[in-house]
Design a protein around this ligand. Structure first.
Ligand code: UT7
Length: 312
């Protein structure tokens, strides 16, 4: 059984922090940040604004976009690495906020920056098994909770936000989530991880090297499996961590730059929300149109990496 995309929604906190704002609080420059990362600004949540708040708004917008209510959803899967509470899951809290009454299941997946691909992979499995009819995927992160405001090497890289996508079962096997692949390497844990006191530890250059190998690897796997080439794909939306990584992946995959959707300049790295937010942004800005084929590679802490092929 196949599936199709029927709704999308996004939420970005209203507070925008520019590179100039960082120049005022640490030893950095707009020039360094733009040259090394492509990031110009990021949205930072209010202190009292939680991952559940952001996820709920994105979910509500996706429901409005699909013209359905939360009780039309059979399952909610949330990709997040930054929940305020260890339990219950963000997914269950979103159900509560939206007033769900059908006892539908909800849970979180923790795949860091690859989290939304892990969520898509999980949803595809449920559609293939024919168990659920309508699944909502949410990516929501408050990365600012983990920012060490004294560490210029990581503080400038991250942003907050949430995105939501709704998929519905369909008889077509060539729409919605067509294919997914997810991978992990536990030996890479030290390269990029969060600490118990909520700090990000990252070996930037080593992480960079793995990112530019892993995303093309997963993207190539998906294209070979689907029997397609770059010519068949309308957009590639790589995980939005660094513009140089994105451009390097595009070059390795022989994708022209005009097929690459870039949001890292405006949103920075929103980890598990990145690809979902980028897709919603692509629709809202009119760049992405229904029917287009999207290749979706991601890479993150774990190490984890993967890719999805989606016809929207
Ligand atoms: O989303 C999950 C995956 N994450 C990623 O994919 C991130 C991968 N890594 C990267 O994107 C890049 O490695 C960074 C953007 C994090 C860093 O760029 P880089 O070109 O690898 O720089 P670097 O870490 O080698 O640092 C170069 C210099 C250092 O100074 P020295 O030792 O050469 O004097 C740093 O101290 O840049 C310095 N530096 C900064 N300077 C100004 C580091 N951060 C800053 C900063 N402003 N914010």
């Amino acid at each position: 059984m196949g599936n199709k995309l029927v709704g999308y929604g996004a939420y970005l906190p209203s507070r925008i922090m520019t590179n100039a704002d960082f120049e005022r609080i640490m030893d950095t420059t707009d020039d360094w940040i733009v040259t090394r990362t492509g990031i110009r600004e990021r949205h930072i949540a209010r202190d009292d604004e939680t991952v559940v708040d952001m996820a709920t708004i994105a979910a509500q917008r996706a429901l409005e976009n699909a013209n359905i209510t939360i009780d039309d959803i059979d399952m909610v899967i949330v990709a997040t690495t930054t929940p305020e509470l260890d339990f219950p899951s963000v997914g269950v809290q979103v159900l509560g906020r939206l007033g769900a009454t059908k006892s539908q299941p909800a849970f979180d997946v923790r795949g860091a920056c690859t989290g939304y691909i892990y969520a898509l992979h999980t949803a595809r499995a449920f559609f293939t098994a024919g168990i659920h009819k309508r699944i909502m995927i949410i990516g929501a992160e408050k990365m600012s909770r983990f920012i060490d405001w004294t560490d210029r090497s990581t503080a400038v890289l991250f942003g907050d936000g949430a995105g939501a996508l709704i998929f519905e079962h369909s008889t077509s096997s060539y729409s919605g989530i067509i294919d997914t692949v997810v991978m992990a390497d536990g030996d890479g844990y030290e390269m990029l991880h969060g600490t118990e006191n909520h700090k990000i530890i990252m070996n930037g250059p080593e992480t960079y090297k793995r990112a530019v190998m892993s995303m093309p690897h997963a993207a190539r796997y998906i294209m070979e499996h689907a029997g397609i080439t770059a010519d068949n794909v309308d957009w590639i939306i790589p995980h939005q961590a660094n513009l140089r990584i994105i451009e390097s992946c595009a070059a390795r995959l022989d994708f022209p730059l005009d097929k690459i959707l870039v949001t890292v300049d405006k949103h920075a790295n929103t980890s598990g929300a990145s690809g979902v937010l980028a897709l919603a942004y692509g629709f809202e800005s009119g760049m992405i149109r229904h029917g287009q084929l999207i290749l979706y590679p991601a890479f993150g802490s774990g190490l984890t990496w993967g890719a999805a092929l989606i016809r929207v």
